[in-house]
Structure formats: structure tokens, C-alpha cells
Design a protein around this ligand. Structure first.
Ligand code: NDP
Length: 234
């Protein structure tokens, strides 16, 4: 069945390849990007003129998300999959505490922790109309409090831990609407964020994730998993 999929941060990296994979599989994709004319997405739209819709959407800006929702409503009143993929870390993230600019934490939280909630809030009426609707939060193993051994990346790790808590709260809240919520660690990928030394190709990762999301039909409990579907410690 054709799915209606919204993806934030689809201008590059994992978000772009998730959009490409869903399109290849014949679904309708609403791809969010901060820029008005994201080059890679405009190229992709040449191949999928009718099934790729570009949304200008900055997840730190409520008005821009609401405008994106309005544009989506011009095409459909239902969304089956919402992928909160947009994410950042700060320039000083990998420094020791003394050299970390903690003022950056706020902007990282704004994108990584609050952005997904803003997006869910705006798209909620459409998610309620979807079939086996899912909210997928692209988290990270670095947001796991239970297995944390790190001593750096305060902003990023704390923002993803907050995203994980947001995922649990959302799960509890949306259970009555039969909207599932899952948090996933995609793996270390060769993107602008992951760097070129990373293990995984982002397109191959996107293919693996989409196949995993397709296999998860109904979500009856809060889930935090890796890209193989194995449970991670919250
Ligand atoms: P990239 O840095 O390659 O891409 C990040 C994307 O997020 C870009 O499309 C960027 O848009 C978008 N973005 C940033 N800020 C905003 C904003 N305010 N509003 C909307 N979009 C925004 O990252 P990855 O593709 O590597 O990461 C994707 C997700 O996977 C992130 O959530 C990340 O934390 C997570 N992750 C990544 C890992 C990795 O190894 N790469 C490992 C674990 C998790 P723009 O082009 O406009 O800047």
C-alpha cells in the first residue's frame, strides 16, 4: 500500500537517502529542508515529479513547520510515517568540558530534542488519519543513559537522551490514537555529521532502515532499537 511519508532534514545525509528509498519503493514523500531550493532534492524531484513534494521546514521554527503542514494538506489529509531526522551537534562537541561551549547546548537541544516534538505537534491531525501511523525519531546510541561510557559530546548526547524521553512520553500520549513511536540508532554513517571514516554507507543504511520500519507493523510498547532491530538500553 502506498504510504505518505514526511521526513525532516532531507536536504542531505540520511534524510535525503530515506526520501530516495521511499520514492524508489513507490511511496509519496514530503521532504523537509531548511533551504527553499535544496539542490539534491530538486534533482531528485526531476525523477519523481509527482511523488516528491518539497517542504521548506526549519524544525526550530514553529511557523515554518505549520506552513509545511498546510502545504502537505494541499496533497493529503493523512500521514503514515513521520521521520524526525534533522539533527546537529555543536562545533565544540568533541572537546573536553573545559573547552566545550555549553551555550551551544541550547541550539542543539532546539533542533534535536524540541524540533521533533514541534513537528509531531503540527502533523498530529494528519498522523491521526494515517494507517498504522508511526513517528520515527532518529536518535543515537549516544543518547542511551544506560550504556553511556563517554566523557565528551555533552550537547549531542544530552539532546538525544532528551529525544529518547520525548519518544517515551509521545508513545504514552499517542497510544490511545494507535500511533506508534520508536527511537532508532541508525549506526555510524559517512555523512557530513558522521565523517568519512564512518562504517556505513548512508544509502545502504536508509534501505536497511526502511525495510525495518516496514516490518514493524504495530508498536505496543516504547521502542529504542539499532539498525538491526535489536533493543538498546534507554
Ligand atoms: P547531516 O549533518 O548529514 O544532515 C543533517 C540534516 O539535518 C541536514 O539535512 C540539515 O539541513 C538538517 N537540519 C539541521 N538543522 C535543521 C533544522 N533546524 N531544521 C531542519 N533541518 C535541519 O546528518 P546525518 O544525515 O548524519 O544525520 C541524520 C540524523 O541521524 C541526525 O538526527 C543524527 O543525529 C543522526 N545520527 C547520525 C549518525 C551518523 O553517524 N551520521 C549516527 C547516529 C545518529 P541543512 O542542509 O539545511 O543543514
Amino acid at each position: 500500500m502506498k504510504k505518505y511519508v514526511v521526513i525532516s532534514g532531507a536536504s542531505r545525509g540520511l534524510g535525503f537517502y530515506l526520501a530516495q528509498k521511499y520514492l524508489e519503493d513507490g511511496h509519496i514523500v514530503f521532504a523537509g529542508a531548511r533551504e527553499e531550493y535544496p539542490i539534491k532534492l530538486i534533482e531528485l524531484k526531476k525523477t519523481y515529479p509527482n511523488s516528491l513534494i518539497l517542504l521548506q521546514m526549519d524544525v526550530t521554527d514553529t511557523t515554518s513547520i505549520e506552513n509545511a503542514t498546510r502545504k502537505t494538506l494541499e496533497f493529503t489529509d493523512k500521514i503514515d510515517v513521520l521521520i524526525n531526522n534533522a539533527g546537529i551537534h555543536s562545533e565544540s562537541s568533541f572537546e573536553v568540558l573545559e573547552k566545550t561551549n555549553l551555550d551551544d547546548c541550547l541550539s542543539v537541544y532546539d533542533v534535536n530534542s524540541i524540533g521533533p516534538l514541534r513537528t509531531v505537534k503540527a502533523f498530529l491531525p494528519l498522523l491521526r488519519n494515517g494507517s498504522h501511523s508511526k513517528v520515527i525519531n532518529i536518535s543515537s546510541e549516544s543518547g542511551s543513559i544506560g550504556s553511556c561510557q563517554r566523557e565528551k559530546e555533552f550537547d549531542y548526547c544530552m539532546s538525544k537522551a532528551a529525544l529518547n524521553m520525548g519518544s517515551k512520553l509521545l508513545f504514552n500520549y499517542l497510544k490511545k490514537d494507535a500511533i506508534g513511536v520508536l527511537a532508532i540508532q541508525p549506526g555510524w554513517m559517512r555523512t557530513d555529521m558522521g565523517g568519512q571514516k564512518a562504517d556505513l554507507d548512508p544509502y545502504e543504511t536508509a534501505c536497511k532502515l526502511v525495510s525495518l520500519f516496514n516490518r514493524i507493523e504495530d508498536i505496543n510498547h516504547p521502542i529504542f532499537i539499532d539498525n538491526e532491530g535489536n533493543s538498546l538500553r534507554w
